[in-house]
Design a protein around this ligand. Structure first.
Ligand code: AMP
Length: 232
């Protein structure tokens, strides 16, 4: 991190990019980093889902594409990210969860981050890739249940809520994402293999890639992510 000795809640963290297939645990770990560092999780999937719920023009355009499990256009997501990163809450850093997802998005992001400083400091991004096997991803995606109110993520197989279909924290009824259907899952995993997996090589060549075994216990993964961020 940029400020030696600073507490995590005031330290300069810079850009942290989470790479990994759908279901690799990016969202769960991003929420834990938000808690530790007090920096925002920027999930392009969440921002798009908000647009869909609010029925904005962008949401109407994106909905069918997302339901099929395909990727929304680079232009739409890059514009969304540019606008979100200009928010003052990104001053010490931010976690990008689900962005970039194509090499074109990554190249665009490089240009944007090259201009960016964090409380006056220039920092290269830290890229963390969560590696999870195909069978495990399928189990996680088909079992995933999400709280519509606070975003908590559960899994009926590995991390069920105390009361079936009910959020432990706020009592809301959990829902299954539409794109967690068998058909959409297979499209999403294919699009990951074809369009997003090459990003690992892209960042490896730049020397910024850190690979973490995403099949470990969630707390062990969190410790590995913290170590990676703080060793920068
Ligand atoms: P996620 O919640 O990250 O799994 O994203 C849900 C869906 O939103 C994806 O299947 C895509 O349709 C869309 N999406 C999210 N992030 C991106 C991105 N960076 N590029 C293109 N489409 C995206």
């Amino acid at each position: 991190m940029g400020s030696a000795g600073a507490s995590p809640q005031t330290a300069v963290v810079g850009a942290v990019i989470f790479l990994g297939a759908p279901g690799a645990g990016k969202g769960t770990q991003a929420k834990r980093m938000v808690e530790r560092y007090g920096i925002p999780q920027i999930s392009t999937g969440d921002i798009l889902r908000e647009h869909v719920t609010r029925e904005t023009a962008l949401g109407m355009q994106a909905k069918a594409i997302m339901d099929r499990g395909e990727l929304v256009s680079d232009k739409i997501v890059c514009d969304m990210v540019a606008s979100r990163l200009s928010n003052p809450d990104c001053e010490r850093g931010f976690i990008l969860d689900g962005f970039p997802r194509t090499v074109d998005q990554a190249t665009w992001l490089d240009g944007l981050l090259a201009e960016k400083s964090y409380e006056g400091k220039q920092l290269a991004p830290v890229v963390v890739e969560f590696q999870v096997s195909y069978n495990k991803l399928m189990q996680r995606l088909t079992g995933r249940r999400t709280c519509p109110d606070d975003g908590s993520i559960y899994n009926v197989h590995s991390q069920p809520p105390r009361v079936a279909d009910t959020c432990d924290l706020c009592g809301a009824k959990l829902f299954t994402r539409k794109d967690d259907s068998d058909e959409a899952i297979s499209v999403r995993l294919k699009s990951y293999e074809q369009q997003t997996a090459p990003l690992a090589d892209y960042y490896r060549k730049k020397g910024s890639l850190h690979v973490i075994n995403g099949e470990q216990d969630a707390n062990a993964i969190t410790q590995a992510v913290i170590k990676t961020i703080e060793q920068r």
